[in-house]
Design a protein around this ligand. Sequence first.
Ligand code: SAH
Ligand code: DHB
Ligand code: MG
Length: 225
Amino acid sequence: MSEETWTAVDAYLGSLFLPSDAPLEEALRASAEAGLPPINVSPLQGKLLFLLAKAQQATRILEIGTLGGYSTIWLARAVPPGGQLISLELNPTHAAVARRNVARAGLAEVVEIRLGPAQESLETLAREGQAPFDFIFIDADKPGYSDYFALSLKLARRGTMIVADNVVRDGEVADPRSGDPNVQAVRLYNALIAADPRVSATVLQTVGSKGYDGLALALVTADRV
Ligand code: SAH
Ligand code: DHB
Ligand code: MG
């Protein structure tokens, strides 16, 4: 089974489940034109994020790692009128591109993009005493994942879903001796969510146009976090 097959199946499934969508396609085009790396979630994964947030009946969503706002648009569309999505991004160029893409998608009122290191932005959010988020998507620098999980719990409630991208890394995650710091970081993340009694978690392996990777799902089950 090859990447070519996965991409063909992604195209087939996309033709069924993803009608053409000008704001999303334009977001990818503008991101590429601005030189952003093509590391957004795939269209079918974006729809999965949308459906998970919908199933959560999320009105408040937190995203860590905005890039050009592709996953941001998918998630923000799950939010009903009056809801909010806060997305954290370190790179000012990425944030600027994302703000334009989000505005073009008609979601400027829903989405707030906060510039700076996610760790600091998360600490600020906690200090602000923000209402808990219903859905949290972790997708920034992999070495930060474990800290982002700990800080996310402070911004969560029982029932919050915490999803993390890129936790399989072409299967390298199964190699305890991997020399790749990103692999070691997601191994640490997976071990952390597996052992934390405040969440019930699993990992879904994924293949498709973005290669072979995986999504970690952790549902907060503790009454107090
Ligand atoms: N969620 C996006 C992809 C995010 S790519 C999508 O699927 O469409 C990861 C992003 O995290 C990049 O834009 C990168 O600049 C940002 N990032 C890296 N380190 C960061 C940090 N310490 N704090 C916040 N964002 C960071
Ligand atoms: C990388 C980061 C991502 O968030 C992703 O989805 C794919 C690749 C990376 O840093 O290489
Ligand atoms: Mg990712």
